[in-house]
Write a protein that binds this ligand. Structure first.
Ligand code: ACO
Ligand SMILES: O=CC(=O)O
Ligand code: MG
Length: 533
């Protein structure tokens, strides 16, 4: 597909005074937080703010229905969409045809340089889980992206070839951006991350032969996909960019979305760049949705392999649905990262290689890694199956039959954790919370990388174990003491007391929030007067 270059964005409207910035300007912020960009974001907030609030209410209603015993199944009302063999998603856009390796990293300049030059086909610049959303990080991330798109970053891979295509992962629908207010309400964080990137970078990307591409986090149903699709239509309309220029990939990260994959593709079909899978978010969603049931009691992490039948069923269904509709299917990110020790490093490489080989054999068109040293490992696994072909969209997997029972067959692995398993989750949550409160969205520990989704899963698991009484509060508190002391010894400046309080609030109280981020964000990362919402 070739895109026609357009005249510069049409944007001649007066700045919208209903958008207020509630933060002091940082270095170069005036390049991003311009009156015209604020006006654009304000228009999106005006148009979509209320629908987004309604959809968040619907999330809560659906959670209550499922907790009350309503069965989860493929929706009857959309069976015609699933049965209709005719529709396809848009063809793969320039830069997204071959996606055998995607690397994820926060949109910080050092990681941007490494990711772009890593040899991966795609860089997922992650505002969602890999960024601690301080205002400085949010605007700094946009500056990084603008510098990349406008060629101010040395992005050429050392071994030749082209830099990775940029895909931006905005924050999810559940988060607000308290530093920007529209009519005195915080602007949805998703619209800030999407809107600022789109406003500044869409046209330069099109001029360079690419487009504004996104990865949409944590969608729960087709209505949320429709909302994004409408945001894309409006945004393209406002800037005079042809409809269908945007592309968006949806990782299936919630259990309700797993039952509406095909509908999600259908809603986004003019803008879709396929579906993916994410393990951590998905496990968190399973516990949130069905964690009260003993057949959903999740054991230690090490005992939940990607080959577990319920995860395998979701992966197979993603491939089947995607290939039926001409869309890419992208595999899960490996949390393992290489360690200095040679033997440990070799074991990590072998394990990642095996994961990626399985995905390539199952029909995925590519997969995700989170460290540059793993790019060649993922690449080799996909090269073996794809060879010179850019993808395997022609490989239909009509042999795959996935039922609701398959997707929910957790029972086989269900069981209590081991003491080591509990300690590992306490340690990861505590260390991540301390890093996040200090403005770092990713950490590496014991050969694994963690982001907000990792910490969310850790504290959700601790809660589930307490709820099922396979763990008691005193044991957790004793582990928190030990791990807090270890963290203070390792990092004397880490905000250990605050991290500990956050863990206790989100894992050990009965009123623990649905997600740790909204409440922790307001308490710890918002440093200016908060707009009333
Ligand atoms: C399952 C999940 O949750 S995955 C998603 C969450 N994790 C991520 O996104 C991790 C992305 N990486 C990062 O944020 C950071 O680079 C950190 C925190 C890992 C850096 O930690 P370090 O201890 O420096 O890592 P390490 O020494 O292994 O990295 C080597 C180099 O590769 C860079 N690097 C590591 N991971 C990435 C990445 N995903 N993308 C780009 N560059 C990276 C490091 O910045 C470092 O660069 P330098 O040599 O110029 O300092
Ligand atoms: O985002 C991916 C995951 O595995 O979590
Ligand atoms: Mg993730």
């Amino acid at each position: 597909m070739s895109l026609t270059a357009l005249p510069h964005p049409v944007h001649d409207t007066a700045p919208d005074s209903r958008v207020a910035v509630l933060a002091s300007p940082g270095e170069r912020h005036d390049e991003i937080v311009t009156p015209a960009a604020l006006d654009f974001v304000g228009r999106l907030a005006a148009e979509f703010g209320e629908r987004r609030r309604d959809l968040l209410k619907e999330r809560r209603r659906q959670a209550m229905r499922l907790a009350g015993g309503s069965p989860l199944d493929f929706p009857m009302v959309t069976s015609a969409v699933r049965a209709d063999p005719r529709w396809r998603v848009a063809p793969p856009a320039p830069g997204l045809v071959d996606r055998r390796v995607e690397i994820t990293a926060p949109p910080r300049r050092p990681e941007a340089v490494e990711a772009l030059r890593s040899g991966a086909q795609v860089w997922i610049a992650d505002f969602s889980d890999a960024t601690s959303p301080t205002w400085e990080n949010v605007i700094g991330g946009q500056l990084t992206l603008r510098d990349v798109v406008e060629g101010r970053v040395d992005a050429a891979p050392a071994g030749g070839g082209r830099p990775a295509t940029v895909v931006v992962r905005p924050r999810g629908w559940h988060l607000d951006e308290e530093h920007l207010a529209y009519e005195d309400r915080p602007v949805p964080a998703a619209l800030v991350d999407f809107g600022l990137y789109f406003f500044h970078c869409a046209q330069p990307l099109i001029d360079a032969g690419y487009g504004p591409y996104f990865s949409l986090p944590k969608l729960e149903n087709r209505y949320e996909a429709r909302l994004w699709n409408d945001v894309f239509d409006t945004a393209q309309g406002l800037l005079g960019i042809p409809r269908g220029t945007v592309r968006a990939c949806v990782p299936i990260e919630t259990v309700t979305a797993a039952f509406e994959m095909e509908e999600i593709l259908h809603e986004l079909r003019t803008h879709s760049s396929g579906l993916g899978i994410g393990h951590e978010e998905y496990l968190t969603s399973l516990i949130r949705t069905f964690g009260h049931r003993s057949d959903f009691l999740l054991p230690d992490r090490a005992r939940i392999p990607a080959t577990a039948s319920f995860l395998h069923a979701r992966a197979e269904l993603v491939v089947r649905v995607c290939h039926r509709r001409g869309a890419h299917a992208v595999g899960a990110v490996s949390a393992r990262v290489p360690e200095a020790d040679r033997a440990a490093r070799a074991a990590t490489v072998a394990a990642v290689r095996l994961e990626k080989e399985r995905e390539a054999e199952n029909g995925f068109d590519g997969s995700r890694v989170t460290h540059p040293a793993l790019v060649p490992v993922c690449r080799a696994a996909f090269d073996e199956v794809l060879g010179a072909r850019p993808h395997q969209l022609d490989r239909s997997r009509d042999d795959i039959e996935v039922t609701a029972a398959h997707l929910l067959s957790v029972r086989r692995i269900a069981g209590p954790p081991t003491p080591q398993g509990v300690r590992a989750e306490v340690a990861v949550a505590l260390r991540y919370f301390a890093a996040w409160q200090a403005g770092h969205g990713t950490v590496t520990m014991a050969g694994r990388t963690a982001d907000a989704a990792t910490a969310e899963l850790a504290r959700t698991r601790i809660r589930q174990w307490l709820r099922h009484r396979v763990l008691d509060r005193e044991t957790v508190l004793a582990l928190v003491d030990e791990e807090a002391a270890a963290l203070a010894a390792d990092s004397p400046t880490a905000p250990v007391t605050e991290a500990r309080a956050l863990l206790e609030r989100t894992a050990l109280t009965s009123e623990s929030p649905l997600c740790f981020t909204p409440d922790a964000y307001t308490r710890h990362l918002v440093s200016v007067p908060v707009a009333s919402g």
